[in-house]
Design a protein around this ligand. Structure first.
Ligand SMILES: Nc1nonc1C(=O)NC1CCNCC1
Length: 246
């Protein structure tokens, strides 16, 4: 999987290329992350990449020329016809389905904007999709871009120790994850649920599924709205709701 990142702060992207499973993925050649800095391509003699907005208003906007030329370099380094995604609160909400789609592309160029925003003509001419990580405003698109790099990389075979992890990730099943415990069995008067120490794998599987369903019902009912429950899932969820006095 190839990631091209258009960013004024390439050092920030070290957070995914120099740590954790994504670092190992880079070292193993499973993913490649290139950073291209628009400031290296500005024709402004003072090195500026931003200017005031026409029509007035607060802050500055990123100008077309440095972004356009940085994108040209990014496209030259990326596989042919690589899609361009701009991180923006005006974008579609990032979710498991979109992460899966981006993974299927095999490569993506991510624009991580700064300042108040980006000249609209870049969005119109260069960008295939605007993507948002949530309904709030950040100082830059780098953290959102790294969310995409991390989440998409986890889907690349070999990046995670056990492919099961990616398939078991919460949203891969369309449900929230079950609660997890590790040693010791008891601490501060809190015990690990007995079922998890029973060695009965079917019971453990059903308990975990029940917890996924119950938690999703309590915290993200929207995820259940269009889900057709199996007979077992319906039974487990009904039990959970009774036990929790719903
Ligand atoms: N929320 C967001 N999801 O993706 N990007 C987001 C974001 O807030 N970007 C900033 C918007 C203002 N300019 C700097 C970047």
């Amino acid at each position: 999987m190839y990631f091209g990142v258009i960013t004024l702060f390439p050092e920030m992207i070290d957070a995914v290329t120099k740590f954790g499973v994504t670092r190992r993925a880079c070292e193993n050649g499973l993913i490649k992350v290139d950073c291209i800095n628009p400031r290296d391509y500005t024709e402004d003699k003072f090195g500026n990449v931003d200017d005031k907005p026409y029509g007035g208003g607060p802050g500055m906007l990123m100008q077309v020329q440095p972004l356009r030329d940085a994108l040209r370099v990014a496209r030259s380094q990326a596989p042919k016809d690589t899609k361009v995604v701009c991180m923006s609160p005006q974008g579609v909400q990032l979710n498991h389905s979109l992460v899966t789609d981006i993974h299927s592309w095999g490569s993506v160029i991510l624009i991580a904007g700064r300042y108040e925003g980006i000249d609209e003509r870049v969005l119109q001419k260069e960008v295939d999709l605007e993507v948002s990580v949530g309904d709030y405003v950040l100082s830059g698109g780098e953290l959102p871009a790294m969310c995409i790099i991390d989440a998409v990389s986890r889907m690349v075979p070999g990046v995670l120790g056990n492919i099961q992890n990616a398939q078991e990730d919460s949203f891969a099943q369309g449900l929230l994850h079950f609660p997890q415990y590790t040693r010791p069995e008891e601490i501060d008067g809190m015990r690990v649920p007995e079922v998890l120490m029973s060695g009965n794998h079917e019971k453990i599987r059903n308990w975990r599924l029940q917890q996924c369903l119950g938690r999703t019902y309590e915290r993200r009912p929207d995820l259940l709205k269009n889900r057709v429950l199996t007979k077992l899932e319906r039974k487990l969820l009904d039990e959970y709701l009774q036990e929790h006095d719903f």
